[in-house]
Design a protein around this ligand. Structure first.
Ligand SMILES: [Ca+2]
Length: 318
């Protein structure tokens, strides 16, 4: 994988390919630490304007059980079904306010302001526009993850309610700690978002999947998984359908931050707790064109002209 990545990452305008190391925490039903593991993952670092970067983590393909067993969780999490997910790349963190500004050129929507906090108050339509702009500028097909990709990436091989294990604590995620999920002690309620990467990631190296902000997925909402695709693709519907959000937020009890929990909302509205992260097709899916490419990589000259045009546009906006 590494050599393949390096082979296409030969220009200075290409994202850099780096490994990173992190520590994973597992808790028991009392919320006590039952284990810690050192892990590594690979990431691509996409350079945006103003020294801002976007980290995309390489997620291996695999098969997993999506949803909850009958009698566990909510009805819309059933039936639990097997899904095969192809390798892809997923944002290491939810999209931050500084990333939004670097790509969109305007002040991001926010309730809780902070450059390294996630954008919140983002509608599905806004999130898709971000993906479109980012794709235009990089030549790579950035998109929202499918709902199946999101849950697969969140679980990272776990079958427990959280990637931390049977429960979660407010030392591990940002949610309303005035509620308990299992037998863990109550925690704190922060009343606001936290900077991305403030808590331990999962085995894949993804942060903030549980809590902080809800994250938009590409899929249209359906009330259950009867007839759901088994290949990890986006489950589409007619335009204007409500869309899916995942992972819970800072304003929710822990039970709503589980890996399997789903929320629906109309695509044109962003609530105070709604953010998103981006996904990218892997190298294997586009071997001829490079990582996530939707078209041939722009030439150095085209990229230089694009940068100058963006700079001029940003002067006029001031
Ligand atoms: Ca989240």
């Amino acid at each position: 994988m590494a050599s393949k990545l390096m082979a296409v990452l030969d220009g200075s305008e290409e994202p850099s390919d780096q490994g990173f190391e992190f520590e994973v925490v597992i808790v028991n039903g009392l919320g006590e630490t039952a284990g810690r593991q050192r892990r590594t993952a690979k990431q691509l670092v996409e350079k945006l304007d103003g020294g801002v970067s976007l980290e995309m983590v390489v997620i291996p393909g695999g098969t997993f059980l999506m949803g909850s067993r009958a009698g566990y969780g909510y009805e819309d999490e059933c039936p639990r079904h097997s899904v095969r997910v192809s390798p892809f790349l997923m944002g290491k963190y939810p999209v931050t306010q500084e990333q939004w500004e670097a790509v969109m050129g305007w002040i991001p929507p926010y309730r809780c302001k902070g450059t390294r906090r996630p954008v919140d108050r983002v509608s599905w339509d806004n999130a898709r526009e971000f993906c479109k702009r980012l794709s235009e500028r990089t030549g790579r097909g950035y998109r929202l993850p499918s709902e199946a990709e999101w849950e697969y990436a969140c679980r990272a091989g776990t079958t427990t309610p959280f990637y931390f294990g049977e429960t979660v604590t407010t030392d591990l995620a940002n949610y309303v700690g005035e509620y308990s999920y299992r037998s863990e002690p109550k925690g704190i309620y922060r009343h606001e978002t936290t900077g991305v990467g403030s808590f331990p990631p999962n085995v894949f190296g993804l942060y903030d999947m549980h809590g902080n902000v809800w994250e938009w997925c590409a899929d249209a909402w359906r009330a259950n998984y009867v007839g759901a695709p088994a290949d990890g693709s986006v489950w589409e519907s007619r335009a204007g359908s409500q869309r899916v959000l995942r992972g819970g937020g800072w304003h929710d009890p822990p039970g709503l931050c589980r890996s399997a929990v789903r929320l629906k909302h109309v695509p044109h509205e962003g609530e105070d707790f709604f953010g998103f992260r981006v996904a990218l097709a892997s190298f294997e899916q586009n071997p001829a064109r490079g990582i996530g490419a939707t078209r041939a990589r722009p030439s150095r000259r085209t990229q230089r002209i694009g940068r100058i045009a963006r700079r001029i546009r940003s002067w006029f906006r001031r």
